[in-house]
Design a protein around this ligand. Sequence first.
Ligand SMILES: Nc1ncnc2c1ncn2[C@@H]1O[C@H](COP(=O)(O)OP(=O)(O)OP(=O)(O)O)[C@@H](O)[C@H]1O
Length: 269
Amino acid sequence: MSFISMKHLWKHYGHKPVLENLTLDVAKGEFVSIVGASGCGKSTFFRLLLAEEQPTRGQLLLNGKAWPSEPDADRGVVFQRYSVFPHLTCLQNVRVALEFRQSPLLARLFGGAKKEADERAMAMLEAVGLAQARDRYPHEISGGMQQRLALAQSLIREPEILLLDEPFGALDPGIRADMHELMRGLWEKHKFTVFMVTHDLKEGFALGTRLLVFDRVRVDPQAPDAYGATITYDLPVRRRDRQTYNELSAEVRTRMPLSRGTDVLEETP
Ligand SMILES: Nc1ncnc2c1ncn2[C@@H]1O[C@H](COP(=O)(O)OP(=O)(O)OP(=O)(O)O)[C@@H](O)[C@H]1O
């Protein structure tokens, strides 16, 4: 039995299919990179995984059981744009994620529970390299540091499934490389299952154990909304040599219209 299983999954908005006939099995601990042209339904796919939306048809199973019907802490998400609270320090930003979980009504902890939450939040800040910034506010730290903070906020809740929606897309290349290293280390340590949308194929190959390509296989120019996207490529990715990487990149490139970031295929990840 797979950890996550989709069978003939469809998602319509009104009469318009956005995703059609997705069938996919994902094992626990996989790192699934997702690429696809703009507007082909990647965010919609995430909303299904977060249970913010329900499939129109088909099955979505977690450990063989019906998918949870509401968002919960088992699925964390990190977006491209910094989603941290501007009025809270780094430490408070991470602690509040625990407070929301443990005290959903007040989002406040007191006494021993608060001390313990502070210790855990501090350990998480250390894990993402932000220990020195504990008392600084988001506007006082860089974009890369804010993304580290957003990651810490998600990870403190120990999600089983982590959804990354172009998490490094707004960062400079040098900072992205550091973030990749951090992400890989956290994933190897915590073993959560990751889905990461990226427009950068190289990033998808560098971090993923698997690469999915979303694309529309059926297109009717007279009725542009008649068909949705599906998974057209599902490639295993391992640390490979340059030749294999280039072959895989070329395969994906034939399936996916060129979009932002796909011009970085010449180097080995
Ligand atoms: N709530 C909604 N109601 C109606 N249509 C929607 C809704 N959400 C998304 N869509 C449509 O579904 C399609 C897929 O949108 P989605 O945001 O999932 O694509 P995407 O692949 O994430 O795009 P991008 O890469 O640009 O972020 C688009 O045509 C969008 O207009």
